[in-house]
Design a binder for this molecule. Structure first.
Ligand code: ZN
Length: 120
């Protein structure tokens, strides 16, 4: 399984601070290829709602508000400390596993978003 955030690339490009970085890495194209190869190799590519993946604590689930420049997740509720992206990745993985579990028994599924997703 590949777990990603269902980022709205078009909306993110509107943020002039992020636009160049996002365009440089051809984010949208990367996602198209990821989903294409997911279908070819029979690997589910799960895109989850990106809301709060950076803000939620992956250990206790509490919201820990931080700005984009805050790179370390430090949870005042449970004491968990991790790199911001590592904490978000764990949240994305948990959401993806939940989504995958909901698709068991279905041969084709689609997660709402910009791009239709693959066969499970
Ligand atoms: Zn916590």
């Amino acid at each position: 399984m590949v777990a990603i955030e269902n980022l709205k690339v078009r909306n993110m490009i509107k943020n002039h601070c992020l636009a160049k970085s996002i365009s440089d890495v051809a984010w949208y194209r990367f996602r198209e290829w990821l989903q294409y190869f997911g279908i070819v190799y029979g690997v589910p590519v799960i895109a989850v709602n990106p809301s709060y993946t950076s803000q939620n604590c992956s250990t206790c689930g509490q919201i820990v508000v931080k700005t984009l420049s805050t790179r370390t997740h430090t949870c005042p509720h449970c004491g968990y400390i991790a790199d911001r992206d590592e904490n978000a990745a764990l949240n994305i993985l948990k959401l993806s596993l939940k989504e995958l579990a909901n698709t068991v028994g279905r041969t084709v599924f689609q997660v709402s978003g910009e791009i239709p997703l693959c066969n499970a």
